[in-house]
Design a protein around this ligand. Sequence first.
Ligand code: FUC
Length: 727
Amino acid sequence: MKFPGIWLLAALCSLPLCLQAGGDTAKLWYDKPATHWEKEALPIGNGRLGAMIFGGVSHEQIQFNESSLWIGDETDTGAYQAFGDLFTDLPVTSPAPTNYRRELDLARAVHTVTYTQNGVQYRREYFASHPANILILRLTADHPGSYTGTLRLTDMHQGKVISNGPRFAVTGSLAGYVYEEGSPKYSVALDYEAQVLVVNEGGSLQSTAGQIEFKGVDSLTVYLNAGTDYVNDRRRHWRGEPPHDRVLAGIQAASATPYPALLAAHLADQERLFGRVALQLGNPPTTPDLPTDLRLLNYAKGARETALEALLFQYGRYLLIASSRDGLPANLQGLWNNSNRPPWRSDYHTDVNVQMNYWMADPANLSECFAPYANWLNSIREVRKAATQEAFHTRGWTMRAENGVFGGSTWEWVESGSAWCMQNIWDHYAFTRDDRYLRELAYPMMKEVCEFWSDRLKLRPDGKLVAPNGYSPEHGPREDGVSHDQQLIWDVFNNTVEAADALGIDRAFRDSLAAKRDALLGPRIGKWGQLQEWAVDRDDPQDKHRHLSHLVAVHPGRQITPGKTPELAAAARVSVNARGDVSTGWSTAWKINIWARLLDGDRAYKLIGNLLRLVGDTRMNYQDGGGLYANLFDTHPPFQIDGNFGYTAGVCEMLVQSHTDEIQLLPALPKAWASGKVSGLRARGDVTVDIEWQDGKVIHYRLTSPTPHLVKARVNGELLSIPTEKP
Ligand code: FUC
């Protein structure tokens, strides 16, 4: 069991770490409860279990999720499901509470609700502990006996909720549920279970009519655990052990641990990941003492506040820690979902969205959070191979645009989707230099994707290799040599050549890939100076389509750079300029990254201005509705988390780049960020970067690495050879 370790950690960590982690700037807070799940409630999560908290005074709603609660099978994507809700009713409604505040402290990963009513100060704390693998709620007050009310658990799949003494339990099966009416039933039908234990101090507690009633209690501690029998193993038909024992053991272990120790272990865990990166924009930055939604409103009115930009950067890091630790990767909504028919199935879209989720994992120093993504890809490979063989008669594998957790894939084939995923897979190695990961996990997958393209590429009469009948996501005709395909094939071939070199294996295969890479039809400049999206020069300068598929060579790829291919970089500039600055949330975030790679910090900053726009509309909008809700969730609309992660990645690209053979410090610094400091960002080559700057110039920097080595670094325009220091 993990708990003896937790005790030790708790003892070691508590005070200094808690103080360090409690930086006042990394907080979202509001002066009223949330009334809307998508726009206002606040997320907590431990990667597996998540919750959205409303913070209501007399009626509290905790909507919760577990990452493996999926319908679907090997032929159909299915959809991510909502789990249930825990409601607390405190019937005292008058007088109206005063000093109400709900707050999400990113550095501590604790959500609090505080208010005063009838002279009593109430306080609630909620967190999702990764060490204890459970959700914990604690309600306290400064007067004894202040809590009287009821708790109620509901389930989203008609499972029967049972209350027994201080416990709720619900068990059920997902058999029979479908995403779309009339579609065939799925062959994988997971079982699930949730349990809640309520522990009171003082007063009394009893179960009646499916509720738990508490009377005159001093404090309540609530432990919530949930799980399914999903396992990411095709050979076991995706079903592992029934969830009951695990769910119960989690509750027993947590409730046997004193609350301060549980909290201390959680804070230490969060500090270890979240505390690695500090960002200060402006000198000194000022954080207005205003609710976060008002700050956002003022920002959009023209009061551009750099502290809010830094907060949103850290929020992306918080959200990845909360939604991608072990188990499954962050989906379109991360981990949070209140519907059984969520937008786009809350799935893994492989024509930009899941890739964007992971751009920031390494640069923002959260390498551990990458593992669920690599493991998920690895787990679905065999299913994808069979489907690919059937559709394309090739070796290797690829996917359609929509993907689930059982290898099933639906909607349009996006042949280059798997190559795009391999871009993340290689980059994780480029940052970490984890040879074992490369040998055992990354390289075998990359090689198979190269085999797919080796078998599928077509030789044109002019000697160029092209992807046949390709697709520029979600845009234009199908034809040969589409730029998106060509660039991603170049990318996966090029990276696999480097991977084989790093491992010192597969010489002949490596050489054949290098030859094919060099024979690929390359990027071309069209008649209005643009980077062509298709082999045929047909781009429309008025086209504002949200996808920027022909710019993957600029970002996240590295085939086009201002330093090495200046004409192509200039053409890319013409293209991204023509697409305009207004779009969906994720598209805006991608443009920030692209402008950063094109070394235009002020233009990237203009896009940041468009992203930090308070949006109220949740209706689907594919054109121009991107921005943020009051809870800082990025919106397409509707809510889609890739925009949050893409923004954080973009800020990293503005401050540090390392995709060429040099580490560039402040490559795309906007005038608005003339002064500032950052510590803990990562560069490729297992290097950690700290920078301090003033008036747009680096005044101090430090490059560290576990094995000191010489790196080429560009500092204030000058290329230097610098030995890294030991951390
Ligand atoms: C792709 C995008 C859409 C949306 C969906 C989830 O299909 O084109 O804009 O983000 O993924």
